[in-house]
Design a protein around this ligand. Structure first.
Ligand code: ATP
Ligand code: MG
Length: 345
């Protein structure tokens, strides 16, 4: 098999304010990986417009997500930080992948089914084709590792299928152009830890999401301490005290969620947390959870506020990141065009 340079790619949509799920499922991992691997972190604005975004709001949200990246500890000098629409190669490769991916594959995607809801005929074509753009985001950098939350697992598998089919369909041409037996790697999902799927505070069976109309369903990274305390206090729970063994969390999605969040923030396992709080009432546990959330998030919130006060500085970071990203993406696209058989300048 061909070998590939280890490279991390991931992204977050500027479709609203970032929340605790984005933080624990994605951002914490983004920051850790910077120490060991070359990382590319994208604000995926072209994904965001697969559902309606107000053009008066979108620039602010793009800058806000960028500020969150940096406030959480991503170093834009070390890692590449940029917004997707500034690197046209994402869209270019996505088109080629639209011609590689099969309708049957996309028809199985649960995110489309959930987001399109009952009125599927009225969903955008972009929402349907979202996974091929996601495959292009990753593979235009020939990235090998992708830190994401559990909800993106299925899309990652599709990215792997697209890479595989491209490698198979064009095998002869790939070899003829000197790329050996595979042009694209099989990107590996990194989904680890006790909070890979943070659930809504109002419904323990639904994931926490930016696009949930209820602000009470999530902790936003720009919430102040009082708002965090109120949201935790109001978070849905059941009347039983906390169990002292993991098995006792089965069938109790809200309890399981809060224990998972506490564990992830404290750098512990869920088993440690139930050992510590077993038998406690939720009021006690929620107090401890609030203290932990406020301690972890308050410095990040302050840094987000500081950074968003200077939009020109954020735009400069995005411009620099876009240049560096494009240098890699342009090389991939030249090779892809040769492999596919296009004539290019
Ligand atoms: P939207 O509702 O607009 O889809 P979102 O909250 O799902 O927004 P995305 O931008 O789609 O956020 O996802 C960004 C990253 O955050 C992805 O890696 C995704 O898996 C992760 N993520 C999103 N929600 C959660 C969650 N509730 N728990 C853990 N990780 C999550
Ligand atoms: Mg999402």
């Amino acid at each position: 098999m061909a070998s590939f340079i280890p490279r991390v790619f991931s992204g977050i949509q500027p479709s609203g304010d970032l929340h605790l799920g984005n933080y624990l499922g994605a951002l914490v991992k983004f920051v850790e990986l910077q120490d060991t691997t070359d990382c590319i972190y994208c604000v995926v604005d072209m994904h965001a417009i697969t559902v309606w975004q107000d053009p008066k709001e979108l620039p602010r949200t793009i800058r806000e997500v960028t500020a969150c990246y940096i406030a959480c500890g991503i170093d834009p000098k070390k890692s590449i930080v940029f917004n997707q629409s500034q690197v046209a190669e994402h869209a270019e490769l996505a088109w080629i992948f639209n011609c590689v991916a099969r309708l049957g594959w996309l028809n199985r995607m649960t995110q489309f089914k959930e987001k399109a809801g009952k009125d599927r005929e009225n969903a955008s074509v972009g929402l349907y084709a979202y996974p091929s753009l996601m495959a292009a985001d990753i593979l235009v950098y020939r990235a090998t590792r992708v830190p994401v939350g559990d909800d993106q697992k299925q899309h990652l598998e599709l990215s792997r299928d697209i890479a595989q089919k491209f490698n198979n369909d064009f095998a002869e041409s790939i070899a003829a152009h000197g790329f050996g037996d595979a042009f694209f790697p099989q990107p590996e999902p990194l989904i680890q830890g006790p909070a890979t799927r943070v659930m809504s505070f109002r419904d323990g069976t639904k994931k926490m999401s930016k696009s949930d109309p209820s602000d009470q369903s999530r902790i936003n990274l720009n919430d102040d301490a009082d708002t965090i305390a109120l949201k935790v206090r109001r978070a849905k729970t059941d009347p039983e005290p906390l169990p002292s063994e993991l098995k006792g969390l089965e069938g109790r999605p809200e309890a399981d969620n809060l224990v998972g969040i506490y564990a992830a923030l404290a750098g512990k396992t869920k088993a440690d947390v139930v050992t510590e709080f077993g038998g406690a009432q939720f009021s006690t546990f929620k107090g401890a959870l609030t203290d932990l959330l406020v301690a972890k998030l308050t410095p990040i919130t302050a840094e987000i506020r500081r950074l968003t006060a200077d939009p020109a500085h954020i735009d400069a970071i995005l411009a620099d990141g876009s240049d560096r990203a494009q240098a890699i993406a342009a090389e991939t696209m030249k090779a892809v065009k040769d492999i596919v058989g296009f004539i290019r300048r």
